[in-house]
Write a protein that binds this ligand. Structure first.
Ligand code: F6R
Length: 636
C-alpha cells in the first residue's frame, strides 16, 4: 500500500478526535488520485506475483477519472498488466443501453477498459438492458459472481451529496445487496448537466448494496471539491444513519477517505482547528477564529470578551495577544480595511490601509468571465464602479457558453432569421438540424455557432449597458470548451496561449477572474487554471510587475468573510443596475439548463448573496450597507 494512504486506526490522533473514519487530505485531487492509483497497481502486482486474481470494485463519475488515467499511463509506460484483474462496477442507470454515452458501461470503456489489457470476460457491470422482470435474478447472480470470484479485494468509491455510495440512496439498509433503486432528486439534479437537463436523467438504477460494498477487504473513497465538504463532514464526524448511507463505512475496519482540501473544509479540524489542537496563530487564522466566534455568539467583534475566547478553545490566542480588547480592535480594523468603494484604487488618497493602490489613477483592467454572464452576475456592481471611476475596463469571455442555450431558444432565432430571409440556407439548415435532433445528439457546428452567437449578442447588450465600447469586449472561445458536449477537452497549450495573448495585448494593472474551486472538473476551474498557467509564463514580463489579480466567486458560492480582501459596497441603485445587466442574458433566464438544485434565477441568487455578505459584515460590527461584492487577491 502507498505509504501516504497507510491506514491508521481512527481516533488515535489528536486531529481525529472528532473523526470516525480514517482520512487523508491532499493539496489537490490530481496528486491524491496518483496515490490511489499506486495503491491499486501495487495490489494488482502483489496478486500477480502470488498467481492470484485481483478483484476490483470500480466506480464511475467525475471523482475516479484521474485514477483511471494514471492506471492507463502505468499500463502504457510501465507495463502494468490487468490480465489478472476481475472487475465489478458499482452501478448502472436503468434502463440504459451500453452504447449510450451516458451509460456507465460507456464510461468505463472510455476511461479504462479500452486502454488496458483486462480480459473482456472479466469485466462485470450491472446491465441497464435486462428486462424489468429479470432484474431480480440478475442482481442475485451479480452477488454470486462476486462471491465466486473470491469477494472484492478493493473497492473504489465516490460519494454523492446525498451521502450515497454506489447508488445506495438515503434509506438504504446496512445489509442491502445488489438491487434496483429509485434515484434521489439531488442525485438526479447533479447528473442533470451530463444529460443536458434533469428531465433526461433516468429515475432508476441498479446498484451493489451497502452489504456488498462492506464486504470488500479494503475500501478507498474519493471526494473532491467544496461541494462535497458538507457530506464528508456528516459521514466522517456524524452518527451512523441510513439518512447518510456512507456513514455505514464507519463500521468498516480498512477504509480510507482520500480528500482534496476543498472536500475537507468542513471537517472540524479544518474549520475550527482551535477546537481540536494547539494552533500557531497566524494573522489569517486569528481573523478566521475571531469571525467564527463573533458569528457563533451573535455578538459584534468589539463586544467579544476574554471569557468568550477562553470558553471556545482560544485561550492561547488570548495569552499571545494580551487581551480581548486589543485583539478585537486589530481584527475589526483588518476587516474594516477590506471595504472600499474604489475597487481600482482611490486617486490622491492615502492607500496604506486600502485594498488597492492609488496609482496609476486610471488603470487598465481585464475582467475574465468563464461564461458570457459571470462578469455581471458575480461582479456587476464592481464592473460598473470601475467604468464610472474612469478605468479602461475590458471584458474577456473565456468560453462561448453555447452548450447552455436551449434548442427552443436557438430555434426561435433561426426562425426569425428565416422569416427575414426565406432563402438563407444556413438558417434553413439550423431549423432542420434542430427539428431532427435526437435526445443525445451533439449539436451540428451550425447550431453551435448560432447558440454561441446568441450568447455573444446578449453579452454585448449587457456591456453596452454598463458603458464600455464594443472594442473592449473580447470573445476568446477557448478551444477546450468546444466539444459540443458537457464533457470538455483537457486544457491545452492553445488555450493558455490565447489567455497570454490577451494579457500581453492589454497589459492590465488589474485582472479579475472567477476563483471558483467548487467543482474541480468544472468549466470555471479549468478557466482559472488557464489564467494561472498564463500568469506563470508571463510573470517575468516587466508590465506584469504592476498587475494585481483579484478573484471573485461565481454564481454558486461566496468567499468566507475571513477570506475577503476587498469588499465593494453597492448602493440600492447599483443593485438595481446590476440586476438589469444580468437581465440582458435572456437565454439564461427562466429554468436554465444548468440550474443546479437552486431554483432561484441568477439575478436573485446574486442579489441574495450580495445582501447576505453585507448582513454578515454588519453583524460583525461594520457599517450597514445594502450589498457587497467580495474579492480575494491572488499572488502569482
Ligand atoms: C458511481 C457511483 C456514485 C458516484 C457519486 C459521486 O459509480 O456509484 O456513487 O461515485 O455519485 O459522483 P461524482 O464522482 O461524479 O461526484
Amino acid at each position: 500500500m502507498s505509504d501516504k494512504l497507510k491506514y491508521t486506526e481512527a481516533g488515535k490522533f489528536e486531529e481525529t478526535r472528532f473523526e470516525k473514519i480514517h482520512n487523508v487530505v491532499f493539496d489537490n485531487s490530481d496528486v491524491a488520485s496518483i496515490e490511489v492509483a499506486k495503491e491499486i497497481a501495487d495490489l494488482i502486482k502483489s496478486k500477480q506475483s502470488a498467481n492470484e486474481n485481483c478483484v476490483l470494485g470500480l466506480a464511475t463519475g467525475s471523482s475516479p477519472i484521474k485514477v483511471y488515467e494514471e492506471l492507463v499511463r502505468m499500463h502504457e509506460e510501465e507495463g502494468l498488466s490487468f490480465k489478472n484483474v476481475i472487475s465489478f462496477n458499482l452501478d448502472e442507470y436503468y434502463p440504459m443501453t451500453k452504447e449510450n454515452t451516458q451509460s456507465y458501461w460507456y464510461f468505463m470503456h472510455e476511461h479504462l477498459f479500452n486502454h488496458v489489457d483486462i480480459l473482456p470476460e472479466n469485466i462485470n457491470i450491472p446491465s441497464g438492458e435486462v428486462k424489468q422482470d429479470e432484474i431480480h435474478q440478475f442482481c442475485i447472480d451479480y452477488e454470486l459472481k462476486i462471491k465466486e470470484a473470491g469477494g472484492l479485494d478493493f473497492q473504489l468509491l465516490g460519494i454523492g451529496r446525498t451521502g450515497h455510495i454506489g447508488f445506495n440512496e438515503p434509506g438504504s439498509h446496512y445489509n442491502s445487496g445488489t438491487r434496483n433503486i429509485t434515484l434521489d432528486h439531488i442525485t438526479r439534479v447533479d447528473a442533470g448537466p451530463a444529460f443536458l437537463g434533469i428531465d433526461h436523467v433516468p429515475r432508476v438504477a441498479i446498484t451493489m448494496g451497502i452489504g456488498t460494498i462492506r464486504k470488500a477487504k479494503r475500501i478507498v473513497l474519493l471526494a473532491w471539491g467544496v461541494n462535497k465538504a458538507a457530506v464528508i463532514r456528516e459521514t466522517i464526524e456524524g452518527e451512523i444513519t441510513s439518512e447518510v448511507p456512507a456513514t455505514y463505512l464507519q463500521r468498516h475496519d480498512n477504509v480510507t477517505f482520500v480528500l482534496d482540501e476543498g472536500a475537507s473544509t468542513e471537517l472540524t479540524r479544518a474549520r475550527t482547528p482551535w477546537l481540536v489542537k494547539n494552533c500557531i496563530w497566524t494573522e489569517d487564522l486569528t481573523l478566521k477564529a475571531v469571525v467564527w466566534l463573533s458569528q457563533k455568539l451573535e455578538k459584534s467583534i468589539l463586544k467579544l470578551t476574554d471569557k468568550d475566547y477562553n470558553f471556545h478553545g482560544m485561550s492561547s490566542l488570548l495569552v499571545e495577544q494580551g487581551s480581548a480588547y486589543q485583539l478585537n480592535i486589530n481584527m475589526f480594523n483588518r476587516l474594516q480595511h477590506t471595504i472600499t468603494g474604489w475597487p481600482g484604487g482611490k486617486p490622491n488618497a492615502d492607500d496604506t490601509n486600502r485594498p488597492e493602490r492609488n496609482t496609476p489613477a486610471r488603470k487598465r483592467v481585464i475582467i475574465f468571465s468563464p461564461h458570457p454572464d459571470d462578469d455581471v452576475i458575480s461582479m456587476g456592481g464592481t464592473f460598473d464602479r470601475l467604468v464610472e471611476q474612469g478605468h479602461e475596463v475590458h471584458v474577456a469571455y473565456q468560453t462561448s457558453g453555447n452548450i447552455a442555450v436551449s434548442d427552443e431558444e436557438a430555434l426561435k432565432f433561426a426562425e426569425v432569421a428565416l422569416a427575414l430571409n426565406g432563402s438563407d440556407a444556413n438558417s434553413k439548415k439550423i431549423v432542420e438540424d434542430l427539428g431532427s435532433k435526437q435526445e443525445y445528439d451533439i449539436d451540428t457546428p451550425e447550431v453551435r455557432s448560432l447558440k454561441g452567437l446568441i450568447r455573444r449578442k446578449e453579452s454585448v447588450a449587457a456591456t453596452r449597458y454598463v458603458g464600455i465600447p464594443d472594442s473592449q469586449v473580447h470573445f476568446l472561445d477557448l478551444p477546450f470548451y468546444e466539444t459540443g458536449r458537457v464533457k470538455k477537452n483537457k486544457l491545452s497549450e492553445k488555450d493558455v496561449s490565447i489567455m497570454k495573448d490577451i494579457i500581453a495585448e492589454i497589459k492590465p494593472h488589474q485582472i479579475y477572474a472567477a476563483g471558483d474551486l467548487a467543482d474541480p472538473h468544472g468549466t470555471h476551474k479549468v478557466c482559472l487554471d488557464s489564467l494561472f498557467l498564463a500568469l506563470e509564463d508571463l510573470k517575468k514580463e516587466s508590465y506584469m510587475d504592476d498587475c494585481w489579480v483579484w478573484l471573485y466567486r461565481g454564481a454558486w458560492h461566496e468567499w468566507d468573510i475571513h477570506d475577503i480582501e476587498m469588499a465593494v459596497p453597492m448602493s440600492p441603485d447599483q443593485v438595481l443596475k446590476k440586476k438589469q445587466a444580468i437581465f440582458y442574458h435572456q437565454s439564461q433566464k427562466d429554468g436554465v439548463m444548468f440550474q443546479g438544485d437552486d431554483s432561484r434565477e441568477f439575478w436573485v441568487r446574486a442579489e441574495d448573496r450580495n445582501k447576505e455578505t453585507a448582513k454578515k459584515y454588519n453583524s460583525l460590527g461594520m457599517a450597514d450597507y445594502a450589498a457587497f461584492e467580495a474579492f480575494k487577491r491572488y499572488h502569482y
